[in-house]
Design a protein around this ligand. Structure first.
Ligand code: NAD
Ligand code: UDP
Length: 322
């Protein structure tokens, strides 16, 4: 029988966190879900509350907490530009102080700890596709810096705790991930386009729509998390986890219109400052070390996501800024 572990998921009530909790609960582990509900709803995890191996803790990672755990997935951090720019100082504190608190817990408990890092550490990249050895091009004083630099500092902390204190760490650089339970008002491109299409509103393309992103379906991403946590201890990453299929934002809009059958028009809006021009993961390392690669094509994942958006009452979700 597989070993049952006590696993902490910070940010566990969020989009990715709630799916991760579901998967770990399903595998029989004792799951502690810690969240301050800054960008999420309790409804993401209410279906888990009746399970004997699931616990929900309302807590902010910037405040120390003592728990006894075997593994930690550190996901707590607002992820959408509109969310992380709402209170940029708090965003930086969440990444930096939150990581220090969780790394301290991992050190005390001798727990393994995985950091949900991001493709944003590459900033507006000068090389394409992005490999893990690329050091990035981030504007340290721009509107995205609180998130990008916070996540970069968190990576530094993870590696230093590993080097100095032998903490068993893992770093995953996540590229744009979408799927059911993403916040309908998070302002991200997939949620905006689907929400706008279903409401018959204009679809807002920022800039000329020729900028690209690579979209990974949430199930593929969660599988990548699990494999990275289970990887041999000498592989700490960072490792890119994302779908190398690259689409312009205009192509994404056209696909959403096709799949929803919407009559929406495409309208242009100004491009936000420091918006990366191109983004696509090189996943050679994940393939070699984790035997991981994404399975769900964009068309299929979007269809699932649209189905979910149709099934919810969007009015139950809070407005764009939390
Ligand atoms: P999300 O906003 O749905 O989830 C983040 C969760 O963290 C929320 O439940 C939020 O309430 C919680 N949180 C925020 N600040 C907190 C704090 N101080 N203390 C406790 N909880 C706090 O976003 P997501 O898309 O599920 O992202 C999860 C993680 O993955 C984040 O760390 C994010 O940076 C990373 N990531 C996500 C993507 C993506 O495309 N979804 C891409 C790159 C990285
Ligand atoms: N975007 C857009 N219309 C929207 C929301 C976003 O054209 O309504 C663009 C945005 O400018 C960016 C891309 O879509 O170029 C992805 O934006 P998102 O906020 O989803 O993620 P990130 O920029 O962090 O990758």
């Amino acid at each position: 029988m597989a070993l049952i572990k006590r696993i902490l998921v910070t940010g566990g009530a969020g989009f990715l966190g709630s799916h991760l909790c579901e998967r770990l609960v399903g595998e029989g582990h004792d799951v502690l879900c810690l969240d301050n509900f800054f960008t999420s709803q309790k409804s993401n995890v209410t279906h888990l509350l009746a399970k004997p191996n699931f616990e929900l803790i309302r807590h902010d990672v910037t405040v120390p907490i003592n728990l006894e755990v075997d593994e930690i997935y550190n996901l707590a951090c607002p992820a959408a530009p509109g969310h992380y720019q709402y209170n940029p100082i708090k965003t930086m504190k969440t990444s930096v102080i939150g990581s220090i608190n969780m790394l301290g817990m991992a050190k005390r408990c001798r727990a393994k700890i995985l950091q949900a890092s991001t493709s944003e550490v590459y900033g507006d990249p000068e090389i394409h596709p992005q490999v893990e050895s690329y050091r990035g091009s981030v504007n340290p004083i721009g509107p995205r810096a609180c998130y990008d630099e916070g996540k970069r500092a968190a990576e530094t902390l993870f590696v230093d705790y590993h080097r100095m204190n032998k903490v068993n760490v893992r770093i995953v650089r996540i590229f744009n991930t979408y799927g059911p339970r993403m916040h309908p008002y998070d302002g991200r491109v997939v949620s905006n386009f689907i929400r706008q299409a279903l409401a018959g509103e204009d679809i807002t393309i920022f800039g000329d729509g020729e900028q690209t992103r690579s979209f990974c379906y949430r199930d593929d991403l969660i599988e990548g998390f699990i494999r990275m946590m289970a990887a041999p201890d000498d592989f700490i990453g960072p490792v890119n986890i994302g779908n190398p299929g690259e689409f312009t934002i205009r192509e994404l809009a056209e696909l959403v219109i096709e799949l929803t059958g919407a009559k929406s028009k495409l309208v242009q809006r100004p491009l936000p400052a420091d918006d990366p021009t191109r983004r696509r993961p090189d996943i050679t390392l994940a393939k070699a070390k984790l035997k991981w690669e994404p399975k769900v094509p964009l068309r299929e994942g979007l269809a699932e996501t649209i189905k979910w958006f149709k099934s919810i009452n969007i009015a139950d979700y809070r407005a764009p800024t939390p």
